[in-house]
Design a protein around this ligand. Structure first.
Ligand code: PLP
Length: 395
């Protein structure tokens, strides 16, 4: 089938909740994907920060084939499976955490974290959650409620009660809201969908202090910025500020659906049997890929630290070269954005024509979240396509 046939069939049969680009991706190798018409693209979207190992990774392939050979793709959580147990062991040892709850997505991981905060606070009469402007935490009701962007709430009222919004990187705005009723604070250490906005160190340190003073849980949503993307296995490790709960998804399952709520210190032991569950949580196939991802995470992160600096330098150069279209480049590791003065979609379409996939974040930011295995040569090629596209749009 051609791109056109698949796109038309998709439009005829899907709900109209996405604004999709008119190609269908068929195959991939390394950091390159090929569409149904045979056109190749360097992929700086990676399934929106999911495909950390790129495409056609041999170890992932072996792991999945061995699960298929075992005949068991799924067990339910009535029983243990070695893959999920090993993935939890790896996660706890790399993060320094104590306990893991596996689920299927970022929104679901955040729902678990919010329930943990409310359960933790329940005996002390605490239930309020503080979240932040420009945040994004997912599309389920709890997750959209704590998402501090009006556009995601519009048409879906009422939201969950007991959520208040502070300003990101503004500790005074948190001090004005926090009280003895506060059960939790949820924050992305590096905001993604809101426009690639890194937290200041003093801000996260201040949140840690305030959460401790008020006996509230500090939740770091690392769904997008975790799993090596910022040059450390987990983003909080760049700041030296440990959360009580960290949420993960996206790259965790190596391309299969997997999320996790990870408990540190005082957050361990909150859930008792019956408090929370997910039928597919720790699914055998997803967990087998998580084992691959997590076992390679420390070395992968070191590579990202080096190559991410290179991408950052190149994007800074682009921003300086095109001041009429760019405000600034920002971000960490392989989670970077170029803030534009024009709609990102114009640049994205031009880049697609020239064989590069990039996506947007917020209203003005061109987002770069490539597979963590991209080379400097891939970066050079991607940046030169963006450069060319910006030059054409200037002209
Ligand atoms: C920081 C953050 N949290 C949560 C989510 C929601 O994840 P999911 O789409 O897997 O539910 C996302 C998705 O982009 C995200 O970036």
């Amino acid at each position: 089938m051609s791109n056109k046939e698949i796109v038309e069939a998709g439009k005829a049969n899907y709900m109209n909740n996405y604004s999709q680009f008119p190609i269908a991706i068929k195959s991939g190798k390394g950091a390159v994907v090929t569409d149904e018409d045979g056109k190749e693209y360097i992929d700086f979207v990676a399934g929106i920060a999911v495909n950390a190992l790129g495409y056609g990774d041999e170890e992932e392939k072996k792991a999945l084939l061995s699960v298929i050979d075992s005949g068991v793709l799924h067990t339910s959580n009535l029983y243990y499976n070695s893959h999920a147990v090993h993935a939890a062991q790896l996660l706890n040892s790399i993060a320094g955490s104590k306990e893991v709850f596996f689920c299927n997505s970022g929104a679901e991981a955040n729902e678990a974290a919010l329930k943990m905060a409310r359960k933790y606070g329940s005996e002390k009469g605490k239930s309020e959650i503080i979240s932040f402007a420009h945040s994004f935490h997912g599309r389920t009701y709890g997750a959209i409620t704590v998402t501090g962007q009006e556009k995601y709430h519009k048409g879906f009222a009422p939201m969950l009660p007991g959520v208040v919004y502070a300003e990101y990187n503004d500790l005074d705005s948190v001090k004005a809201l926090i009280s003895d009723r506060t059960a939790g604070i949820i924050v992305e250490p590096l905001q993604g969908e809101g426009g690639i906005i890194p937290a200041e160190k003093s801000f996260l340190e201040g949140l840690r202090r305030l959460a401790d003073e008020h006996d509230a849980l500090l939740i770091f949503d690392e769904v997008q910025c975790g799993m090596g993307r910022t040059g450390k296995p987990f983003c909080f490790q760049n700041y030296g500020v440990e959360p009580d709960v960290m949420t993960l998804a996206k790259a965790l399952g190596g391309g299969l659906p997997m999320g996790a709520a990870v408990a540190f210190g005082k957050a361990a032991g909150i859930f008792a049997p019956g408090d929370h569950a997910a039928t597919f949580g720790g699914n055998v196939a997803s967990a087998a890929l998580a084992e691959v991802m997590l076992s390679r995470l420390p070395s992968l992160s070191e590579e990202v630290m080096k190559k991410g600096e290179y991408l950052g330098k190149k994007l800074d150069e682009l921003a300086s070269k095109h001041p009429s279209l760019c405000t600034e480049a920002r971000g960490m590791g392989f989670m970077r954005g170029l803030d534009l003065k024009i709609p990102p979609r114009d640049v994205i379409s031009k880049c697609m024509e020239k064989g590069l996939l990039v996506c947007s974040a917020g209203y003005t930011v061109l987002r770069f979240v490539p597979p963590l295995i991209v080379t400097e040569a891939d970066i050079d090629k991607a940046v030169s396509i963006v450069d060319e596209s910006l030059s054409e749009l200037e002209g």
